[in-house]
Design a protein around this ligand. Structure first.
Ligand code: NAD
Ligand code: TYD
Length: 341
């Protein structure tokens, strides 16, 4: 049995990864999660009594804690991060702290306890725009938001731990994920839950900006492969699905699936620094591991919509809580941020 530490395992992607590993029954999993507004024990509800799961509530920035939990671990997968671009525009400090300093703390603990593999979850946002063609792993990093810049710092710090200390790291840069258990602040769950409540769907700017959409299960399948692949230490892998869609295309598809009127789409002021196009070239991952995405957007989107429809118990409490205050500031108090903040 491998002993695996998973940071951020109560979030959207981390919990999907943990569910898969526990279902396979091959690992002892220790989840370290601070339970910020984005961390949700309901994401691992069905495994709460699983004897192969240990949950430690704590901050990845806590060096002592990270030393302790990695002491007898074989490998670590680092998902924990502040993840929402809009929140990073409102207040960047937590992003620098958790995404940069938290990753440093994770790397130090992994080095001290000589882990066999450290998989760091970066993001395609580190590239900034992909104007002419999908970004490759060799493209420069030109992050455009405080979130993306913090992740870029963590991404390159990770690489430096390979070149400097020989820490066996692997870095993944996935495109936008979608699927069950995604926090309703993100585009697809926000649009679905707003539509279910007959509330307008806020479309930033022209609505023509595009993202590549990867099903969360496909992303986690790629991470399973990267965790065990041979001769990948120090390397970076893009994860994509070549399923580019614009905000408007997604909004229209959701409204059609829910038989709601198109008039619910409502233009709102654009996000500052809004990336026009994120898209990645994922041939390296395919060629080196054989990975291919399995769930197309055409199949995955209606399934995801159905999941939110069937699981109001999961999202209604989130939307009823502090999320309301965030929504008010983000969507009703929107203004252009000044240089002085
Ligand atoms: P999420 O916001 O749903 O979950 C983040 C989790 O990290 C939460 O459980 C939260 O409680 C925890 N956390 C935050 N700060 C912490 C801290 N200081 N200490 C311990 N735990 C802390 O995020 P997600 O969408 O699941 O993303 C997971 C990872 O994948 C992130 O590193 C993100 O940058 C990356 N990523 C996300 C996407 C996407 O589309 N969602 C795409 C590519 C990469
Ligand atoms: P988001 O889910 O925040 O992911 P990211 O910014 O990391 O790609 O946003 C995806 C796209 O949807 C992005 O182009 C911004 C847009 N968007 C809206 O138009 N309205 C919204 O309310 C949100 C949250 C996002």
């Amino acid at each position: 049995m491998a002993r695996l530490v998973v940071t951020g395992g109560m979030g959207f992607i981390g919990s999907c990864f943990v569910r898969r590993r526990l279902a396979a029954g091959k690992d002892e999993v220790v989840v370290v999660d601070k339970l910020t507004y984005a961390g949700n024990p309901n994401n691992l509800k069905e495994y709460k009594d699983d004897r192969n799961l240990t949950f430690v509530q704590g901050d990845v920035c806590d060096r002592k804690l990270m030393d302790r939990v990695t002491k007898s671990a074989d490998a670590l997968v680092h998902f924990a991060a502040e993840t929402h671009v809009d929140r990073s525009i409102l207040e960047a400090g937590d992003f620098v702290r958790t995404d940069v300093m938290g990753t440093w703390s994770v790397l130090e603990a992994s080095r001290k306890n000589e882990l066999d593999r450290v998989l760091i979850i970066s993001t395609d946002e580190v590239y900034g725009e992909a104007p002419g063609r999908p970004s490759t792993e060799l493209d420069p990093l030109m992050p455009k938001s405080p979130y993306a810049a913090s992740k870029a710092g963590a991404d390159r710090l990770t690489f430096s731990y390979f070149t400097t200390y020989g820490l066996p790291v692997v870095i993944s840069r996935c495109a936008n994920n979608f699927g069950p258990y995604q926090h309703p602040e993100k585009l697809i769950p926000l649009f679905v839950t707003n539509a279910l409540e007959d509330t307008p769907l806020p479309v930033y700017g022209t609505g023509t900006n595009t993202r590549d959409w990867v099903h969360v299960e496909d992303h986690c399948a790629a991470l399973d492969l990267l965790l065990k692949a041979d001769r990948v230490e120090g390397e970076t892998f893009n994860v994509g699905a070549s399923a580019e869609r614009s905000i408007l295309q997604i909004g229209e598809a959701i409204l059609e699936a829910l038989a709601k009127p198109k008039s619910l789409l409502q233009r709102v002021p654009d996000r500052p620094g809004h990336v026009v196009r994120h898209a990645v070239d994922w041939t390296k991952l395919r060629d080196r591991t054989g990975w291919m995405p399995k769930t197309t957007f055409e199949i995955g989107l209606p399934e995801t919509i159905d999941w939110y429809r069937a699981n109001e118990w999961w999202w209604r409490p989130i939307r009823a809580g502090a999320f309301r205050d965030y929504y008010e500031v983000q969507y009703h108090g929107r203004r252009k941020p000044s240089a002085r903040g």
